[in-house]
Design a protein around this ligand. Structure first.
Ligand code: DAH
Length: 359
């Protein structure tokens, strides 16, 4: 039976030498296949005398089992190292920055406009637009701010002048409210719009910029009430600041284009140089609002006997500064790349109400 030991050693060496699964399969066929080494040896049993056959057969079976076990073991080893090789070849370093989009940033003003439009869009508002250069009539008069009205002074208006140096009735819009006028003149109620955009006032310090942004809201139909205004704005501030139980208050105020008018404040805590929103005994003014003045409806071609509505307006920089902790208004316009890298947003930070509004 020594020949069997020799053959087994030889086969074992071949199995060990198989460098991969294909090579091992070849060895298996050569050993246990139909014409394999061991199979051929089995075939010789028939020609042996019964006693000899028994002993030889038992020895052959032991050798066959040993070789089969060795084949299985080698197969498992090769499979494992094939998997390891594949895993290390396909490794993805998830800590690497997402290169193509990491370079650019969405400006906080653009991101905030997207957030505001997303929230009001979800409530059924559509977006309306108007030009930056606006007529005195739309910017003031039809909003119930006639030429002699004192509210004109408070707007620090940029009046445009013609070639002859004379004013000709156009201004850089001082607020987004003229988009209300344009919408009412162009559309029949029910109206439900928001109008984000650039606005201008001749004023410049840490909290005022000659160019800034506002968003305006307008709802007009037959049954709108102050209750709807309140529900809409409470829903809005809670969604925007992502504070579900955010505390707020409405204070009586005055705007020529609304009657009654109010300002909305949200609760805050100031202390230790930190501002915390939503809780506390201090208040932060967020926006102006009110029921559309019937005179404004009439001047914009809408019958105040039949229709009523509410409106609101707020500063976009202001709500962006509050939400994202941006301390100085002027930095918005300095185009400082370090600032943008810090406060800007990635292109994939698309605001959604389900996925979160930002980051
Ligand atoms: N236009 C106002 C401003 O620039 C903001 C505002 C207040 C708009 C009340 C409104 C409103 O529509 O109802 O200060």
């Amino acid at each position: 039976m020594d020949d069997l030991k020799t053959i087994e050693t030889e086969l074992a060496a071949k199995i060990d030498a198989a460098a991969n699964l294909e090579a091992l399969e070849t060895v298996r066929v050569e050993t246990l296949g139909k014409k394999g080494r061991v199979t051929e040896l089995m075939k010789t049993l028939g020609s042996l005398a019964p006693d000899e056959r028994k002993a030889r057969g038992a020895a052959l079976n032991v050798m066959k089992d040993a070789v089969a076990a060795k084949l299985d073991a080698r197969k498992a080893t090769l499979e494992r190292s094939a998997l390891d090789a594949r895993l290390s070849a396909e490794t993805v370093d998830v800590t690497l920055p997402v290169r193509p989009i990491a370079e650019g940033r969405i400006h906080p003003i653009s991101q905030t406009i997207d957030e505001l439009v997303t929230i009001f869009g979800e409530m059924g508002f559509s977006v309306a637009e108007g030009p930056d250069i606006e007529s005195d009539d739309y910017n003031f008069t039809r909003l119930n701010i006639p030429p002699e009205h004192p509210a004109r002074q408070s707007h620090d208006t940029f009046y445009l002048v013609g070639e002859n140096g004379q004013q000709y009735g156009n201004v850089l819009r001082t607020h987004t409210s003229p988009v209300q006028v344009r919408t009412m003149l162009a559309q029949k109620p029910p109206i439900r719009i928001v109008a984000p955009g650039r606005t201008y006032r001749s004023d410049s310090d840490a909290t005022h910029s000659p160019n800034f942004h506002q968003i305006e809201g307008l709802v007009v139909d037959t049954t709108s009430t102050m209750g709807h205004l309140k529900g809409c704005l409470v829903e809005f501030v809670r969604a925007y600041f992502e504070i579900p139980d955010l505390r707020y208050r409405f204070r009586p105020s005055y705007f020529p284009f609304t009657e009654p008018s109010a300002e909305m404040d949200i609760a805050c805590t100031r202390g230790g140089g930190e501002l915390k929103l939503g809780v506390g005994d201090d208040w932060l003014e967020i926006l102006g609002c009110g029921m559309v003045n019937p005179k404004v409806l009439a001047m914009c071609g809408i019958d105040p006997e039949k229709y009523q509505g509410f409106a609101f307006g707020m500063g976009i920089e202001r709500v962006a500064m509050l939400k994202y902790g941006i301390p100085d208004l002027r930095t918005f316009y300095e185009a400082d790349l370090r600032w943008l890298k810090h406060y800007g947003f990635l292109g994939i930070d698309v605001p959604t109400l389900t996925g979160g509004l930002a980051r």
